[in-house]
Each structure stands twice: as C-alpha cells, then as structure tokens.
Design a protein around this ligand. Structure first.
Ligand code: TYM
Length: 347
C-alpha cells in the first residue's frame, strides 16, 4: 500500500544537562543532514525531563542550553521547526488518548524503564512508566513519518508504531466515517543510521555514553574545553594490546572498538581505513589523533553555543516562533483526533 502521508521528520532530546558526543554522533549529525531533504521538527522534550525530579532553576537553564546546542550544531530555525515540547499542549493531550490505547503489557516490556526504575520500581513517577507513550504522541501529533535517533530508542519507536496501528484499527470505522481515509496515523520509521548509532562510555565499553553516568570522564560534552577533551580521551579505558590492523580484530575489545568508531564518525573515514592507518601502533598515538579530531569538530560548536547563550532572549525567541509553527500543525490533527474518538470540540 502506498502511504498517503507526506514525509516529515520529528525527533527530540531531553534537556537534562549537557549534550554529549553520543547525542551528537548518534542523532544530531543525521538531524542536520535531513534538514535539506525533509520538513523537520526538532523538539526539546522538557516534559520528558520531568519524569525524574528536576531542580526548576536548572531545568529552565537546561532548556535554553540544549536549544543553544541545537542551533550551534547547525539546526537552522528558518529551515526546521525548533521548539520545546511543553509550549505545545497537544503533545500532552494526545499522550492521554494514547494512554488509553497502549496496553500495560507493552509498557511492561520496555527495557529502558526497567533500567531507569531499577529496584525502586514502586517509587518512581507514573510519568516515567508512561514515558514512551508521550514519545508516540510527540511524533504522531505531527503525523511524522521518519524519526532519526540513536540505537537506544529503537524499542520506544516500535511502541510508537504499535500505538499508531492500534489507534488506526480501534477507530477504523470512525476514521472512515469522518472522511479521514483508511488510516489516520502513519507508522513512523526509525532512522538509526550512520557510523555511531551507539557510542559507548569512555570508562566502560559495554555501557552506553550517557548524561546520567556519575563520572564526567565517561563522556565528552559538547561544551568541554579542548584540554578537558584531550584529558578524557587520554584517560579513556583501553586494553594492553596494540590496535588491530583489521576490523575482525576488534571483536571482544569493546573499548578499542568504541574509540575507533568515534574516530571514524568524527573524520568521515571508514573503520577499515582507520585501522589501516593506526593498526599495530600503540593507543597513545591513536588517542592523540582522536583528541585532535574531537577538538576540531566540537570547538566551533561550543564557541557558537557560548554566543547564543550570551543572548538568551534570542534563544527564547527561536523557541516561541518554533512553538507557534508546531502548534499550527498539531492543533488541527488533535481536533480530528477528538472527532474520531467521539469527544466534543469546543466551538
Ligand atoms: P535522549 O535525550 O536520551 O537522547 C537524544 C538522542 O541521542 C541519542 N543518544 C545516543 N546515540 C548514540 N550513542 C549514545 N550513547 C547515545 N545517547 C543518546 C538518542 O538515541 C536520541 O536519539 N526519549 C528520547 C527523546 C524523545 C524522542 C521523542 C526522540 C522524546 N520524544 C520522539 C524521538 C522521537 C531521549 O530520551 O533521548
């Protein structure tokens, strides 16, 4: 069946502290590239951030900082819609409807909830459990068709597809009788592509690089100084063997594989040519080259971010304008959802 939906991209990042190299290589580089081929909507997902306790002052700051990072990385508010989730109430409204569509059994399978809730499951916020339902609403309130993310979001996006499909089936009669065609929501496609869909911690190559890791040495933040970047890479965990000359030699060497993958992603080279250049040599020479590549890529971004942060009003203006544009798409979709479900519209 050909899809009746115009291609549209949606994705988001949480404003919980600084963005790091995993966010950048796993998602942001694809976001930037897609701007020239698609209509793109990029969101700062502040309602997701509050699923765990946040200090209000720090949250407000983080929303501004993550937006500044978006802009400094190369998202263009003239080309794409850039906004924060809480300014478009339709996200939360559709999430409630989807809470009544999604099944408990589906959410019980979410591995990220199990990891985040840990042993204290009885004590975490209901919002943390319903987190992926809000993600589905984020995407579908724009009828977005493509969602560029890192590998860790794959299961959540499968759930978004399940929710879209169940809504389309549960309300098939009403969708047709309102003249909305055969299917109301598209099944959004995850776009998990590129050389670094899963960047790992610099301290433990079996754990993903994450904002919530207690050790700042586990990650490279977009705001790190050149000295901090070089030091973190120097201290990055490795093993005693020299780098292999061929890709198969990386098997079972999680830290080496991760660092080589990061270098390849930063320089645009493929892994085999990186190993061709550095294979057989000591990590120290490779780490110096890696630090240089990371600094070359990230320094202009942190400098531009500082420029944006000198003018917070300009950042807020981008969010206000983006929110108005986002609302203009989301509001009519939500009105149709109310019709389909059988809720009265306000006159
Ligand atoms: P968040 O804020 O954890 O991460 C933002 C993006 O960065 C990717 N990412 C990584 N990629 C590679 N390696 C890593 N170590 C790494 N860490 C993070 C994530 O996959 C993500 O693409 N739930 C989402 C935000 C969200 C969203 C959405 C995304 C809310 N609604 C709707 C897409 C569509 C999240 O917490 O991302």
């Amino acid at each position: 069946m050909t899809t009746p939906f115009a291609p549209r991209v949606f994705s988001g990042m949480q404003p919980t502290g600084n963005l790091h190299l995993g966010n950048y290589l796993g998602a942001m580089v694809n976001w930037i590239a897609m701007q020239s081929t698609h209509q793109c909507i990029y969101c700062v997902v502040d309602l997701h951030a509050i699923t765990v306790a946040q200090d209000p002052v720090a949250l407000r700051r983080a929303i501004i900082e993550v937006t500044a990072a978006y802009l400094a990385c190369g998202l263009d508010p003239k080309q794409s819609i850039i906004f924060n989730q809480s300014q478009v109430a339709e996200h939360a409204e559709l999430a409630w409807i989807f809470n009544c569509v999604a099944r408990l059994g589906w959410l019980n399978r979410m591995t990220q909830f199990k990891e985040k809730a840990g042993k204290d499951r009885e004590n975490v916020a209901v919002g943390l459990y319903a987190y992926p339902v809000l993600m589905a609403a984020d995407i579908l309130v724009y009828k977005a068709t493509h969602v560029p993310v890192g590998d860790d979001q794959k299961q959540h996006l499968e759930l978004s597809r399940d929710i879209a499909q169940k809504f389309n089936m549960d309300f098939a009669g009403s969708i047709a009788s309102h003249g909305f065609g055969e299917v109301f929501f598209p099944l959004p496609e995850p776009m998990i592509t590129g050389p670094a869909t899963r960047v790992m911690s610099l301290r433990d190559g079996t754990k993903k690089m994450s904002k919530s890791d207690v050790s700042d040495y586990s990650r490279i933040n977009l705001t790190d100084s050149p000295e901090a970047i070089a030091q973190k890479i120097r201290k990055a965990k490795t093993d005693p063997e020299p780098l292999p000359s061929e890709e198969k030699g990386l098997a079972g060497r999680a830290e080496a594989e991760n660092l080589v993958g990061i270098y390849a992603a930063l320089t645009g080279a493929d892994v085999s040519s990186v190993l061709g250049e550095f294979g057989g040599g000591q990590f120290s020479r490779f780490k110096t080259a890696l630090a240089d590549a990371a600094v070359a890529r990230l320094s202009p971004i942190s400098a531009d971010m500082r420029r944006w942060l000198d003018d917070e009003g300009a950042v807020e203006a981008v969010l206000a304008e983006g929110s108005a544009r986002a609302r203009a798409i989301a509001a009519p979709v939500m009105r149709e959802v109310r019709d389909i479900v059988g809720l009265l519209r306000s006159r």
